[in-house]
Design a protein around this ligand. Structure first.
Ligand code: ZN
Ligand code: ZN
Length: 404
């Protein structure tokens, strides 16, 4: 009996779960993998699932799908739209939606494993299936690895993954080398000395200190990094004070730093830290500022040779017209940790979920940005057909390329 993948997708779409709360999704994925004959382990990195399919001597291929939804209230109007709500880490009640298509990733993975099991006479090796939690908070891959993933399960020779995106359904593609950006989130607390707003001379004003810091931070990219190497320094949050006539004791900034080319990361981080400390010193601060790392994600770098092999295999299966270039993306992913910790190549590709006809019309009208919802939009709605089928075929094709 074959698995009804469209029904599986609709069920997952209707029932999204927030990062590290994906118990229902994990249970469904684990049950399918067990039915298919895999050796299944649950609760890896809190809610992650690992399935092992040993099929003789040969390479070990890790295939990864992430499974978490987002705190977004769905507005697609689909018959199977999510009405789920939940509680986020801050204790707020939020709508939940599979606005990044991770439901499609899990569905395609189950379909691919089913096909690889059916064709097991035609290949040799070990397939390790990772159903990963909490990609959206940048913590799931790390959590699985910290749960001894590399010692408890067969070590990989290669790590494969895929992401659905706002490209025409039927297309697949990726770039060799840098594909997605490395990113750091920082929280900077600058300390002054509070007092009466009428007596600034008796205080050390952290608002002036932090304001000068925000302005000066913009010189990291414009004056310090190579003009041909992209980097982003964004101050997305600035909090200080409660009232017009009180000079507060401190000010807090939150920064988002992005670098598609990881070689500039150290330079940007050093520049940010130097400026923060120097502006505090310039204001006469009596305490050093605190710099806290909120999260760190590596650049997603596709191994050049393995990527070329995979793209050739995709060309053979889908045809040249189906191959697209997703571009170098400023978004970030945590899939790389698996390949980095294991010291093996990564191949991570994108496949299209947008209705091809709608996409074509929007492209011709120059309205892609308004008419084709992107990942994380409350309107993000991959078409079921042919997206599931292409996702399954892409995973099977890539896995078979690296299995014996
Ligand atoms: Zn996402
Ligand atoms: Zn995603």
């Amino acid at each position: 009996m074959t698995i009804d993948l469209a029904s599986l997708y609709i069920d997952l779409h209707r029932n999204p779960e927030l990062s590290f709360q994906e118990t229902r999704t994990a249970g469904i994925a684990a049950a399918h993998l067990r039915d298919l004959g895999l050796d299944v382990h649950e609760g890896i990195g809190r809610t992650g699932v690992v399935g092992v399919l040993s099929n003789g001597e040969g390479p070990v291929v890790w295939v990864r799908a992430d499974m978490d939804g987002l705190p977004v209230t769905e507005q697609t109007g689909l018959a199977y739209a999510s009405t789920a709500t939940g509680t986020d880490d801050a204790g707020e009640k939020v709508g939940i939606m599979h606005a990044c298509g991770h439901d499609m990733h899990v569905t395609a993975m189950i379909g691919a494993v089913e096909r690889l099991v059916a064709d097991r006479e035609q290949w040799k090796g070990t397939l390790v299936v990772l159903i990963q939690p909490a990609e959206e908070v940048g913590g799931g891959a790390r959590a699985m690895l910290d749960d001894e993933l590399l010692t408890r399960f067969p070590r990989p020779d290669i790590v494969l993954g895929q992401h659905v995106g706002p490209f025409p359904a039927g297309t697949v593609g990726m770039r060799p080398g840098p594909q997605m950006s490395a990113s750091d989130g920082l929280k900077v607390t600058m300390h002054g000395r509070g007092g009466h707003g009428s007596r600034p001379d008796s205080t050390i004003d952290p608002i002036v200190m932090a304001a000068a810091t925000v302005m000066r931070l913009q010189t990291v990219v414009s004056r310090e990094t190579d003009a041909l190497t992209p980097a982003v320094v964004t101050v997305g949050s600035f909090h200080a004070g409660t009232k017009n006539n009180i000079i507060p004791a401190d000010a807090t900034l939150q920064l988002s730093l992005r670098y598609p080319d990881e070689s500039v990361r150290a330079k940007v981080l050093a520049g940010v830290e130097r400026i923060v400390r120097a502006e505090a010193a310039a204001s006469g601060a009596e305490r050093e500022p605190d710099v806290e790392v909120l999260h760190t994600l590596p650049a997603t770098i596709n191994d050049a040779e393995a990527t070329a092999r995979t793209l050739d295999a995709f060309r053979g299966v889908f045809g040249e017209q189906a191959i697209m270039d997703p571009g170098l993306l400023t978004g970030s992913e945590d899939v790389s940790w698996f390949a980095r910790d294991a010291g093996v190549p990564l191949v991570f590709w994108f496949w299209g979920g947008a209705d091809p006809e709608t996409f074509r019309r929007a492209f011709e009208a120059g309205t892609l940005e308004t008419d084709i919802p992107t990942n994380h939009s409350p309107f993000f709605a991959p078409v079921i057909d042919p997206t599931i089928e292409v996702g399954v075929t892409a995973l099977v094709t890539a896995a078979r390329e690296f299995l014996a």
